[in-house]
Ligand binder design. Sequence first.
Ligand code: SF4
Length: 406
Amino acid sequence: MNLFLTKLVNSGIYISVPFCRSKCTYCNFASGVFSGAQMGRYVERVLEDIHSFHAYAAAHGAQIPEIADTIYMGGGTPSLLPPEELEKLFHSLRQEFTIAPAAEITVECAPGTLTGPVIRALAACGVNRVSLGVQSFVDQEAASVARLHTREKTLSDIDRLRDAGITNINVDLLAGLPHQTRESWEYSLEQAVITGVPHVSVYMLEVDEDSRLGRELIAGGTKYHAHFVPDDDLTAEFYETACAQLNATGVRQYEISNFACAGFASRHNLKYWTRQPYLGFGVDAHSMLPAADRSNAAGTESLRLATTDSYDQFFVAPEWQASIVGTEQAMEESFFLGLRLNQGIDLPQLRKEFGDAVAKYDMAIAELAAEGLLLRTDSNIQLTERGRLLSNEVFARFIADKELIT
Ligand code: SF4
């Protein structure tokens, strides 16, 4: 649902921290290993952006909602930042924006990076949710892709976060790692459930040119344990096992890759999937805000303010690239983002927002339903289980610029 239409709802704020202890072989994100001095320089630059954002937004004709009720610090590994840098970032956010008292405040952390001072700084900064990049509870699998933690370390970090009062914890798992078998994958899922964390994210290994492991797989080589990577069918089976196993234990799927106990869905990520406004700071981040003057548009126009996607460029490129998201693109986004959610898309609501223009997708919807990829009622469409596995194929049928879904 595009909430820009009805009223200016609260925003979310994202901060990108593109630093890692080591580069995982499968990683295709804009992240890397940097010195403490480079981290400090980066934080200073992000602070500048935070403090100048109201002026930037006004100059580009974007409207900032008065209140932010989610903050998400992702990466990279934000828990690598020294406590004082974390504190500076949260302090400046609170100086510039009104943060709701019950805001969901998430920080992504790698197991093994949570020192006592970092955990204390997180709690002091109001962080109430941590997303842990576990990927596997099997040490051999984690080590094979250059993750530096063990199962034991992960379990002790979860305990220490709880001791510090941070109980809303997500565990990321990755299906398709080298050496993964049916048994080892089920073991990782069981371990995630046994920890009692209320949220689990399950991703499938992406094979593309942007990671070392991806390139080796494409080349058919054996570096990075590439020859021990399960094939696509087995990885898809792992995903289906995860859906069945997590749903059966009450950690229910609510989005293609996300599972939560009741009341623990990620409020920040829901903003992306339901096209609510958000602000983004740092490398490879962008903001999506309503246009201040929408009198000439169909009421759906918003603005995207993007930064660069590399650390070096971040210091030399113009601060923000602004582009208008017009009605057509907003409609496409409503489909391919809304379909990610298990609840699917409310068709009457979509017609209310976009009018008769929505009818242009009737044919695609009918075809996808006939192919067993969409479930359709009079008022709703949602992905079937098979549709979730082939989601990119489904999304491609709704959009003109296919790059938007990758
Ligand atoms: S910790 Fe995350 S962002 Fe960093 S290299 Fe590994 S996968 Fe990439």
